[in-house]
Design a binder for this molecule. Sequence first.
Ligand code: SF4
Length: 166
Amino acid sequence: MKNFSLCFLFLRLNILFLACQGFLMGQNHGVGRYSYPIFQAADGAATDTEHDVALEKATKAMTAFTNKYLKNTDTKICQDPSVAAVVIKGLAEHKVALGSPLCPCRFYEDKEAEAKDGYWNCPCVPMRERHECHCMLFLTDDNEFSGDSQHISYEEVVKLNEGFSA
Ligand code: SF4
C-alpha cells in the first residue's frame, strides 16, 4: 500500500509539472493562462475572473465526459480518486488554453501543434484503440491500480485538487 501511495503522489506531481511546463521551460507558445483569445482584455491578457469562469466550466465538462466515458468503456477510476481529479483538472486547463483536452500526462515541444494533430486529445488514440490510458484515468479491471468506481463528482475534483493547483 505504501508503494501505491508513492506511485500516486509521483503521478500527481508529474501532471502538475507538465501543466506548468510552458512557464518552467519558456515554451508557452502564446497559449498559456493569460493569452487565450476568447478571454482577452484590452491589453491582450485574460483576467483572472474570466479564466476562473472558463476553467470551472471546462472542469465540469471534463468531469461529465469522464463519467460518461468510464461507463461507455466499462473502465474504472484509480483507487486513489485524487489521481482522476488531477488528470481531469489538467484536461480542463488544456481545454481552456488550447481549445482541446490535450492529455496532461505528456511532455510536448509544441502544445498547439499537438492539440491540432489530435492524437493525444482525450480520449487519445491508444485509449480509443486499445483501452490504454497512461494517465490512469480510465483503468481496466485487470489493472492493479483500478478501483471500484465509475464516477467522480465535480465537487470531489475541486476538493481533491486543493494543494495541487498550478
Ligand atoms: Fe491521457 Fe489518453 Fe488517458 Fe485521456 S485517455 S487521460 S488522453 S492517456
